[in-house]
Design a protein around this ligand. Structure first.
Ligand SMILES: NC(=O)c1ccc[n+]([C@@H]2O[C@H](COP(=O)([O-])OP(=O)(O)OC[C@H]3O[C@@H](n4cnc5c(N)ncnc54)[C@H](OP(=O)(O)O)[C@@H]3O)[C@@H](O)[C@H]2O)c1
Length: 345
């Protein structure tokens, strides 16, 4: 049971706050149900911290949590209604209370990471999903990094085994995950080709891709170029077709895509890819990113050095979240959108 009785340290401001502003919805559905509302401030469990949110990030996972699709996801998020009405995952802010078992943080620490319900003035976050905010980053920059940047890093290194000098193809280079994947692959010494649509070619070029390809005009999987590692973040092509663009010992990491059915989303494609793995020489892996601070700390090194700079399209307030989610669903966002929640200090 979560109660403030578990709390060892809480600032006076947090202790005196019973309600807060948040962006929430009470049913699965479209962005029309998403509104800024006054809700109860969350309590924390013994292994959690209460974060006073300075900024949050809009990501595809949040869009899926809004729609409740693929349906399989509802096994974990609430079958009929969302168990967490407040949206948002990415967070950056100041610790204002720590649970009794929390060892790594204390009130006043500046953190970034993942907290369910981050589109709010306060969010309860698991200690294990937070790291110290890289000092050189603004709140907005830190807030758009955890989910997308952490996913890109794990895809390239843990799943992809990237080595300096390798040729990497990033399918979906202009989006949340892709803009980090391009920059991280460059920072790790790869030659990077980024795939996106026409209007976003300039963005992908600007963040450092050696080569950009417009998927609306060019067949980048015709076999004329071969890659040691392909990250499939766009998710629209059959796996057999993508494998044509791999070197004989190349690796394909399937990160995601929005082309699957309403029941299982991209999972069907991922399972099919694994089933075929024993019958060819390529390595095919499905990524499920781990929400753990060890990955955030690795990501923080690249952010603090300046090798990776979050690509922020625009900054909004809590009342702008519904429009941001509409734009994300329609594929209109370039990189990431940041939500500024508290900027009074
Ligand atoms: N496995 C995991 O743990 C994990 C973690 C995070 C995200 N994901 C999933 O990964 C996917 C991408 O996430 P995101 O945050 O990067 O989404 P996003 O910001 O919406 O970006 C989507 C990207 O896909 C590209 N794309 C769209 N249609 C394409 C096509 N036909 N061919 C090639 N590329 C195409 C887009 O390019 P244009 O915008 O230029 O059209 C854009 O670069 C989502 O399905 C998300 O759920 C998985």
């Amino acid at each position: 049971m979560r109660t403030d009785m578990d709390t060892t340290h809480m600032t006076d401001e947090a202790a005196g706050t019973q309600t807060m502003q948040a962006t929430a919805r009470y049913e699965y559905g479209d962005a029309d149900q998403v509104h800024e509302r006054t809700v109860a401030r969350p309590d924390i469990a013994a292994d959690q911290v209460l974060v006073r949110v300075r900024a949050a990030g809009v990501d595809r996972g949040t869009w899926h949590l809004m729609t409740g699709e693929p349906y399989a996801m509802r096994l974990f998020t609430g079958l009929r209604k969302p168990s967490q009405p407040i949206l948002g995952l990415d967070v950056a802010g100041t610790v204002v209370a720590v649970g009794a078992d929390v060892a790594r943080f204390q009130p006043g620490d500046e953190v970034f990471g993942i907290a369910s319900g981050s589109f709010a003035e306060y969010a309860a976050a698991d200690e294990a999903k937070l790291a110290f905010k890289p000092r050189r980053l603004s709140w907005e920059q830190a807030a758009v990094a955890p989910v997308s940047g952490g996913t890109a890093l794990q895809a390239l290194t843990d799943a992809g085994g990237l080595e300096a000098g390798q040729r990497v193809l990033v399918i979906g280079a202009s989006g949340g995950v892709g803009t980090y994947a391009v920059q991280l692959a460059k920072a790790l010494g790869a030659h990077v080709t980024g795939v996106c649509s026409t209007s976003k070619l300039d963005l992908v070029r600007r963040i450092g891709a050696d080569r950009v390809v417009d998927y609306t005009r060019d067949d980048y999987l015709d076999g004329s170029s071969a890659y040691d590692l392909i990250l499939d973040i766009g998710g629209r092509n059959p796996v057999a077709q993508i494998r044509r663009a791999l070197t004989p010992a190349g690796t394909l990491v399937i990160v995601g895509g929005e082309d699957g059915g309403r029941l299982t989303g991209g999972m069907g494609r991922q399972l099919g890819a694994l089933a075929m793995s024993p019958f060819h020489g390529h390595t095919v892996k499905n990524l499920i990113q781990k929400e753990h601070y060890s990955h955030l700390e690795r990501l923080a090194e690249h952010l603090q050095s300046g090798a990776v700079v979050p690509a922020i399209e625009r900054t909004i307030g809590l009342s702008g979240v519904a429009d941001a989610l509409r734009d994300l669903g329609a594929g209109r966002v370039r990189g990431k959108i940041a939500v500024v929640v508290r900027d009074d200090e």
